[in-house]
Write a protein that binds this ligand. Structure first.
Ligand SMILES: Nc1ncnc2c1ncn2[C@@H]1O[C@H](COP(=O)(O)OP(=O)(O)O)[C@@H](O)[C@H]1O
Ligand SMILES: CC(=O)N[C@@H](CCC(=O)OP(=O)(O)O)C(=O)O
Length: 254
């Protein structure tokens, strides 16, 4: 029997997770194959601000005028290198890449009003399989490509699409213990949600901001072929707890 702890997983690392050290310890110690996707929203905001740009969101997505795209890409690429170095130093050799490498993430603009915000149109998984076969952990920054150049893809959206294409379970690690009924009350965590419940919670405003792309990405991952998806807090021991079903919010098919 396959040990559940050796199950290959796609893990999305939320940019909200400030203490990268604890998370890198957890990920580097995982005994099975991992495909990682990382965000970086807070750091992108910090750099846009330093460069004198204003930043605005629409349903959890950063409106990205073309002149801000270069900043977004620089921040995400550098963050990926930092995280890959941290994992590699801990004994898990990792390669940071973006969706521009080897044609990994084909994308198209989501809505002209959002500027260079993209949605994934195709995931070319060959490079991921090759890295895994070589014993390397791929760590993907959510940049897609169309004929005009790079597109800013929400990291949850990218993670959901990649998990679906690889048929891997998706775990979205963030700064909250799961989807909550009451903001700031961890005891109000939903252990499980189905698509109808997710839609209702978005409609009534219980799920808002950055949690919207996360639950939508979890549903999309299931729709595209992931066996299950979960949202959980990026703390020590979390992967085993999610695999056991004792932590996080599992998003299940309808
Ligand atoms: N119902 C909800 N339950 C939990 N968190 C929620 C909910 N609705 C909105 N949120 C917000 O979503 C945030 C997580 O999304 P985000 O900040 O984008 O994280 P990440 O950077 O990890 O992707 C939480 O910190 C919380 O502020
Ligand atoms: C279009 C869009 O919103 N892109 C995101 C990409 C990074 C991201 O998603 O980071 P988190 O995981 O930290 O939220 C952004 O610009 O913030």
């Amino acid at each position: 029997m396959i040990n559940a702890m050796e199950q290959a997983l796609l893990v999305k690392i939320g940019g909200s997770l400030k203490e990268a050290g604890e998370l890198l310890d957890e990920l580097s110690a995982y005994p099975g194959p991992l495909v990682l996707v990382h965000g970086g929203g807070p750091r992108i905001a910090e750099w846009l601000n330093r460069m004198g740009f204003e930043t605005h969101f629409h349903r959890g997505l950063r409106i990205t005028p073309p002149e801000q795209m270069e900043v977004v890409e620089m921040v995400l690429t550098t963050l990926g290198k930092y995280l890959a170095e941290g994992l590699s130093r801990r004994g898990r050799p990792s390669i940071a890449l973006t969706g521009r490498d080897a044609g990994l993430l084909e994308a198209q603009p989501l809505d002209p009003l959002l500027g260079r915000v993209g949605e994934v149109t195709a995931v070319h998984t060959q490079v991921i399989h090759k890295l895994l076969q070589a014993g390397l952990t791929p760590l993907i920054a959510p940049i897609g490509l169309d004929a005009q150049g790079p597109l800013n893809i929400n990291a949850d959206t990218a993670a959901g699409a990649i998990a679906g294409a690889l048929h891997l379970p998706a775990i979205f690690l963030t700064d909250v213990v799961g989807v909550l009924r009451e903001a700031k009350d961890p005891s109000s965590r939903f252990p499980q949600l189905n698509p109808a419940q997710v839609q209702a919670l978005i409609q009534e405003g219980t799920i808002s901001g950055g949690m919207i792309p996360k639950v939508e990405a979890a549903l999309n991952a299931l729709h595209k072929g992931a066996p299950w998806a979960a949202i959980a807090k990026g703390t020590q021991g979390i992967l085993q707890q999610v695999l056991e079903g004792s932590a996080g919010t599992r998003v299940v098919g309808g």
